[in-house]
Design a protein around this ligand. Structure first.
Ligand code: ZN
Ligand code: ZN
Length: 196
């Protein structure tokens, strides 16, 4: 995972008094493709971050709405699909112990330091890095099985043409033994509902 400076935000304008609050709107281009095989936010796609920063004793609490558009292909018919992604996360960025301004802040940071440090988001001076939570949030918001629409009938496995473009009675002769099993399947799965 590369790290992008684009997600680093300076909290200088937020007074370091618990209860202070500021709101920001950011547009960050995706530094690289973010997602899974079938669907992802492409590189350079705008990621909109509408966030509220609150000063708390331990650091800065970030509440952020993340929105962007993922692109991929329908797993049934392979048509391109665009999926709007809207997510919300809340993360506490803790003051690094040595950067804490007051005794209370330093104490809070030190207490935390004794606990686990693995998943923690620590401020770098006044800087917070939004990349990890934004990335995680986008990936969690992606559909695992994207579809062009929920009723997409997919492709005929016999000829690879979209079912939506084929006649309702489209089928392949079972002469070719390779298709025999498949056409049996069709008859089971797609009973001819038109004939009465
Ligand atoms: Zn489809
Ligand atoms: Zn076919």
């Amino acid at each position: 995972m590369s790290s992008s400076k684009l997600f680093i935000f300076n909290t200088h304008d937020l007074p370091r008094r618990a209860g202070e609050m500021r709101e920001y709107d950011l547009d960050v281009p995706a530094p690289e493709r973010i997602g899974i095989d079938v669907i992802a936010v492409p590189e350079d796609q705008a990621i909109h971050i509408a966030m509220k920063l609150e000063a708390v004793t331990e650091g800065v609490l970030v509440s952020a709405h993340v929105s962007t558009v993922a692109e991929g292909e329908c797993i049934r018919c392979l048509d391109p699909v665009e999926v709007p992604i809207t997510r919300f996360f809340q993360e506490l960025y803790r003051y690094a112990p040595e950067k804490a301004h007051t005794k209370a802040q330093r104490k809070a940071a030190e207490v935390f330091d004794d606990l686990d440090e693995d998943d923690d988001l620590v401020m770098d001076g006044e800087l917070i890095n939004l990349e990890a939570p934004v990335r995680d949030d986008i990936v969690l918001g992606l559909p695992i099985n994207p579809l062009c629409n929920p009723d997409c009938p997919g492709l005929c496995p016999g000829c690879g043409v979209k079912w939506s473009m084929l006649e309702p009675d489209h089928r392949h002769d079972a002469k070719d033994p390779r298709w025999a099993g498949l056409s049996d399947l069709f008859e089971d799965e797609n009973p001819d509902s038109i004939s009465e």
